[in-house]
Design a protein around this ligand. Structure first.
Ligand SMILES: [Zn+2]
Ligand SMILES: [Zn+2]
Ligand SMILES: [Zn+2]
Length: 417
């Protein structure tokens, strides 16, 4: 049966009673209906998937219909039900427009009926529409027809080198955005300032990180995004352990991720964003070590930047776009990459840095890497450092100018994997 719920609206505006200065405040309060009287109906028989809170059409809260085929919800206001058709919302199966497109309109357009009679456990082909006429959707898509406004629990873990000031860091902006869409018990933003320069400090970090990992149990997190804000050595690509000491990528990652954290991360959908200077990617040894790290930790996606003197604040818009597309709308990093880069073509990021995307292919398992190089005859005719490939990297697969995009794309697999 169709389930409904009410969530807090995000947009301003709409209609509201006007404050009349001649009347007392108490009568005003009585005119406003309370949303608290609307009970939130929990999703039955769907143990792991969490019904979303915000409409995937208008990304707003309000009175919602929950889809019986996915976790999306849709504002009731988008489907004004014709009185004459006598649709009984409570006793019907409801499917959202995204599921309609997937189930009934995958090969050719089909009218949207929304409410069906039938057995939810049987094939949709056995259902019959509740209404004779198709329903007319009111409202504009603010997202896309296949977006969601995900509610799956998420951990945003931010490691910060002790000497770096994280004020205004894009990770914090991302956390702020996410907190508007994910309920407090489904979202954890954690900053860990690290200094791994002495055995004593490493021990302290491991204790702290292990204790923190233990506390995550209560959230049943599905997705993890790890941001590592660090410097890298200009020549070797080594990562910093503390303010004045660096080490190989392996010797940095080992203490940073204690065993408890590694086993916590491995089964989750994990994205790592390396916020460090470009030598990390440009130097062959550190590049290979990053690939190994992706494989060992079973990281689904890793994003890194190649600017020699990397500025975190210049990739803020990339973070905002990543947050919306991947973490809020639930798209996959791989298919979204070119869309995100297209959106970044006019931003600081394009002039500042190339973007590297490493993706673990769990079948093989191999790490596929792609470097996106921005090019524009006026904005960035210079400064395109050579990609991390020299003549003895004989496994470059492809170098092409992506159509419609001012990004050169290079795909390669690192040696030794
Ligand atoms: Zn809506
Ligand atoms: Zn649906
Ligand atoms: Zn640096």
């Amino acid at each position: 049966m169709a389930r409904t719920k009410a969530t807090a609206r995000k947009t301003t505006g709409g209609t509201a009673p006007r404050k009349d200065s001649k009347r007392s405040g108490s009568s005003l309060a009585m005119n406003i209906s309370s949303d608290e009287s609307m009970a939130v109906v929990p999703a039955p028989n769907v143990p792991k998937l969490i019904q979303q809170d915000f409409c995937y059409i208008c990304i707003n809260g309000g009175d919602m219909l929950s889809c019986d085929q996915c976790t999306r919800v849709m504002c009731k206001a988008h489907i004004p039900l014709p009185q004459s058709q006598g649709i009984n919302v409570a006793s019907s199966i409801f499917i959202c427009v995204a599921c309609h497109l997937r189930i009934f309109a995958s090969s050719k357009p089909a009218p949207f009926f929304g409410f069906y009679k039938g057995d939810i456990n049987q094939s949709p082909s056995t259902w019959t529409p509740m209404s004779k006429q198709p329903l007319v959707i009111q409202g504009d898509y603010q997202l896309t027809a296949s977006s969601q406004v995900v509610a799956q629990p998420l951990l945003l873990l931010h490691f910060i080198l002790a000497s770096i000031e994280p004020k205004g860091h894009p990770a914090r902006i991302s956390a702020e955005l996410l907190s508007a869409y994910l309920p407090a018990d489904s979202f954890v933003y954690k900053e860990v300032v690290f200094n791994l320069t002495t055995d004593e400090l490493v021990k302290k970090h491991i204790c702290k990180a292990t204790a923190f990992t233990g506390n995550l149990g209560k959230y049943s997190l599905d997705q993890v995004v790890i941001i590592i804000t660090n410097h890298s050595h200009d020549i070797t690509g080594d990562l910093y352990l503390g303010p004045n000491l660096c080490s190989s990528v392996e010797d940095f990652m080992q203490p940073l991720f204690p065993p408890a954290l590694v086993s916590f991360i491995q089964p989750k959908l994990t994205t790592v964003i390396m916020m460090s200077c470009g030598a990390l990617i440009g130097e062959r040894d550190s590049f290979n070590a990053i690939s190994d790290f992706v494989k060992r930790m079973s990281i689904d996606n890793l994003i890194a930047f190649t600017a020699k003197e990397f500025h975190a604040s210049l990739v803020t818009l990339f973070f905002v776009d990543f947050t919306y597309r991947i973490l809020i709308e639930g798209f996959d990093v791989n298919t979204s990459m070119t869309h995100m880069l297209a959106a970044m073509s006019q931003s600081h990021l394009a002039r500042h840095t190339n973007v590297v995307h490493m993706r673990l292919d769990t079948q093989t398992p191999m790490v596929d890497s792609t470097i996106y190089i921005f090019t524009n005859p006026r904005w960035r005719p210079w400064g395109n450092r050579l990609p991390p490939a020299c003549p003895d990297w004989d496994d470059i697969q492809l170098l092409l100018q992506a159509k419609q995009l001012c990004w050169l794309v290079q795909l390669f697999k690192a040696r030794g994997i």
